[in-house]
Design a protein around this ligand. Sequence first.
Ligand code: NDP
Ligand code: 8X3
Length: 272
Amino acid sequence: MATIFSTARLHNKVVLVTGASSGIGAATAVLFSMAGANVVLAARRAEKLAEIEQACIQANKDGGTGKGGRYATLSLDVNNHGQVDSILSALPDWAAQVDVLVNNAGLALGTERVGDLKFDDVDRMLDTNVRGLIRMTQVFVNMFKARDAGHIINVGSIAGVEPYPGGSVYCASKFAVRAFTSALMKELYDTQIRVSNIQPGMVETEFSIVRFHGDKQNADKVYAGIEPLAAQDIADEIVWAASRAPHVNIAEVLIMPTNQAGPFHVARSTAK
Ligand code: NDP
Ligand code: 8X3
């Protein structure tokens, strides 16, 4: 029988979100909480995680499911091999069995063209967006294989679909996420483990502030004259993908603002 979209399948599930201290990861943690899941919030900034945990507690009450309501914050740098490799021992007992891993932690640094690249930035992007995501996946895929269950949701980008000048390394990192996710799906299609790649276009978060090394004025220009996506718009897609029936795998989603059709196809209005 057909039903209206429901998130009831998430009740009491355990979800681990990386990069949960800000933007898409924070909104995703909050929405999973509202849907009645238990959530582990992981990132480097502990004080930010504590704020988002409070938002999760409130969202769980607002959701009114009476399910979930358990939270843990985890100081995690996905570039720290020791922290990632020992992550299972850092989880509380109630989170020993993770059902959904959201590999969201990531960043862009700079808009330099090749020839002017700064290798500190190059290394951090590749380490965080690619190696960190692979290392996290390696830990949890073995848990999922042992149970023949679980869902790995990677946050890719339009940059992993359509490369653009000034974004060579960031685009390369998100192309890598897309290739890795697709190959993993092909390794697991004879199991009950699901693998998804959620690929946003322009989302107003701390992303551009980080990309421009704290220059808020330049960051604001990215979103001038257009209504960008909000972090909640992407959280909607992630929670929707996670709450589909077990035989349904949302392989890829590409989501952009209505006035965007590609990285440089952005219709800006001076009136906005
Ligand atoms: P934000 O800058 O708001 O959030 C990034 C998150 O990643 C923060 O919580 C940050 O936490 C975390 N993070 C960064 N480095 C590390 C690390 N080494 N270890 C653990 N956590 C880390 O940006 P968004 O929310 O926009 O970005 C989230 C994801 O979405 C990224 O993968 C990004 O590439 C992707 N994306 C963003 C788009 C956009 O337009 N905003 C579009 C397409 C994709 P902390 O600093 O506390 O560690
Ligand atoms: C972030 C979106 O267009 O800056 O992934 O690459 S874009």
